[in-house]
Design a protein around this ligand. Structure first.
Ligand code: MG
Length: 260
């Protein structure tokens, strides 16, 4: 198969992905409402699986084995709490007021993959330290800043530049080594979408490309370590946030596929 050709999706494929993305957005929105002190991350996982399967779709992460991983992923949801950045495994951990939890979720709809993530406050946002609220706001702002420049003729580095710029302004760090990605017939496709970069560098963006853009920021340094369950946490245990959408690059500009 021609890798370069694969980067371009047909209008029909993008139409299918828009429907899959809408469904994913709805499930994530429902999960956000379920987050509260006292619920376990395993219960959130159960709800996610039920909601995805009720729509006739398949959880994308369940049984997925990323390159280099020792074994297949056993859950529908990635639930990463506080200093865990991504790939946190649902467990009996009971969410407490004052935690933040990253909910990263993917599904396969009519053979095509969608991926999205949000970071949620457990308990009222107003009860959190200002720096934590800044972290979440900056990470979400960076997602939209990255999306805004995902248009034909721009370059991949423009996305990374836009994302990194928001982190710098807010005084937070970009998590090292974790990137967004192309998506479609596979969950992870070329290219890697870095959360830092230089304007005007990298691959030229074209109509028909579909990308999962996903800034991951931390309150401390950007160094990350792999933990025992294969999740990634910050080396200095500082808290991290993550927001992600799957987007299509159209002639009219970026189209968010995973909005509810
Ligand atoms: Mg992703």
């Amino acid at each position: 198969m021609n890798q370069a050709m694969d980067l371009i999706k047909t209008k029909e494929q993008i139409g299918i992905m828009a429907e899959g993305g809408r469904r994913l957005g709805v499930v994530l929105k429902e999960l956000r409402r379920e987050v509260r002190p006292g619920i376990t991350t395993k219960e959130l996982d159960r709800i996610a699986r039920l909601r995805i399967e009720a729509g006739g779709d398949k959880p994308a992460f369940l049984h997925y084995r990323p390159a280099g991983a020792a074994k297949a992923y056993p859950y529908t949801l990635c639930s990463s709490v506080n200093d865990v950045v991504v790939h946190g495994q649902p467990s009996g951990y009971v969410l407490r007021e004052g935690d933040i939890v990253k909910l990263d979720l993917g599904l396969r709809h009519e053979g095509l993959y969608l991926d999205a993530a949000i970071t949620v406050f457990v308990g009222p946002a107003s009860a959190f330290r200002k720096e934590v609220r800044t972290l979440l706001a900056a990470t979400e702002d960076a997602l939209y800043a990255g999306i805004a420049v995902a248009k034909p003729g721009n370059r991949l580095g423009d996305i990374g530049y836009a994302i990194e710029r928001v982190a710098r302004k807010a005084g937070v760090s970009v998590a090292d080594g974790l990137t967004g990605h192309g998506i479609g017939e596979s969950l992870h496709e070329e290219p890697s979408v870095f959360n830092y970069g230089e304007k005007g560098t990298g691959m030229i963006l074209k109509e028909g490309m579909v990308l999962a853009i996903e800034p991951m920021f931390t309150l401390g340094g950007g160094e990350i370590v792999q933990l025992r369950d294969e999740s990634y946490g910050t080396e200095d245990r500082s808290w991290a946030a993550h927001f992600e959408h799957t987007i299509a690059i159209t002639a009219k500009g970026p189209k968010i596929l995973t909005a509810a």
